[in-house]
Write a protein that binds this ligand. Structure first.
Ligand SMILES: [Cu+2]
Length: 292
């Protein structure tokens, strides 16, 4: 069941992430409009807000679950959780809302709704600084994201108990392959790999250290880190990664892998497992090398 949910999430998320997640370059006064297709998971009439699991929004955001305001409370009339919808998403400089909302059908909700802890506009954007996070490493030592400034960084989100070979174990194998490539590529000697667990209760520093050793992570290049439970969910949400517990050790989650430049700006975000070690290395090479 959980595996099914995981795969469903992946399928939903399995669209090409377009170059600009949110047009940091689109600074014009004209709001941008996008067609959105998805399913209502929850409605909060008092906030004029819907939680929508939506498909890829071409040019704006990969498939994910996000809260959206509606421009007019009347749009919510007759809508209920499970409804399949099409909508017009209007994105201004400081706010985003749905200006039309049409019910096209109804289906059972497959995945229990998880409210992301950030809004669409807070998501990391290519070319923009990635917010800091109070990470700590396999020795329990503070390793905030900001401490990686001056390095090109590839980070990904995992948890050590993940049973689904196509998810976290694949991210681990991919990072291992990237580690091998950078070890033999002098121009990438500054690169740091960071695997961030979103399961800090189980993934204590000792557990993370064992995982790092099992995977032969080079302590100079690849760290397994996490953050306090109160901070990790929000940080993961910034990358579109949401995590749902169903009461078992297995977590339902999606994926997020990012390349960050030496100034702490996002270069590239992959929101599925559809990337190869060679592609990630190419993104690292494309990022500016740190000043020496
Ligand atoms: Cu996983």
């Amino acid at each position: 069941m959980t595996r099914f949910n995981g795969i469903t999430l992946l399928r939903i998320a399995c669209f090409v992430l377009l170059a600009a997640i949110a047009g940091g370059c689109n600074r014009g006064p004209e709001p941008r409009k996008y067609e959105l297709k998805g399913q209502i998971l929850a409605i909060q009439p008092e906030r004029q807000e819907l939680l929508v699991k939506h498909e890829d929004i071409a040019g704006f955001m990969p498939a994910m679950t996000m809260p959206y305001k509606v421009s007019d409370a009347a749009l919510l009339a007759g809508k209920e959780p499970g409804d399949l919808i099409t909508a017009t998403l209007v994105v201004g400089e400081t706010e985003a809302h749905l200006s039309t909302l049409t019910k096209t059908g109804h289906a059972a909700i497959e995945v229990p709704p998880t409210q992301p802890e950030v809004s669409a506009l807070e998501m990391v954007q290519e070319g923009k600084p990635v917010p800091d996070a109070p990470l700590f490493d396999e020795d329990g030592k503070p390793r905030p994201l900001a401490s990686y400034r001056g390095h090109r960084v590839a980070l990904t989100f995992i948890y050590t108990r993940c049973p689904d070979a196509e998810f976290c174990p694949l991210m681990n194998q991919n990072f291992l392959a990237v580690q091998k490539i950078i070890a033999s590529t002098p121009e990438l000697s500054d690169v740091q790999l960071v695997s961030i667990s979103f399961d800090p209760e189980f993934d204590t520093p000792a557990v993370l250290k064992a995982q790092a050793q099992r995977l032969k992570a080079d302590p100079l290049r690849w760290h397994f880190v996490t953050a306090p439970a109160a901070a990790i969910g929000k940080f993961a949400s910034l990358f579109g990664v949401t995590v749902t517990s169903n009461g078992t050790p297995t977590l339902i989650h999606n994926l997020g892998t990012a390349v960050i430049d030496p100034d702490g700006r996002l270069v590239k975000l992959y929101s599925t497992n559809q990337w190869t070690p060679a592609e990630l290395v190419a993104q690292l090479k494309a990022a500016p090398a740190p000043a020496r």
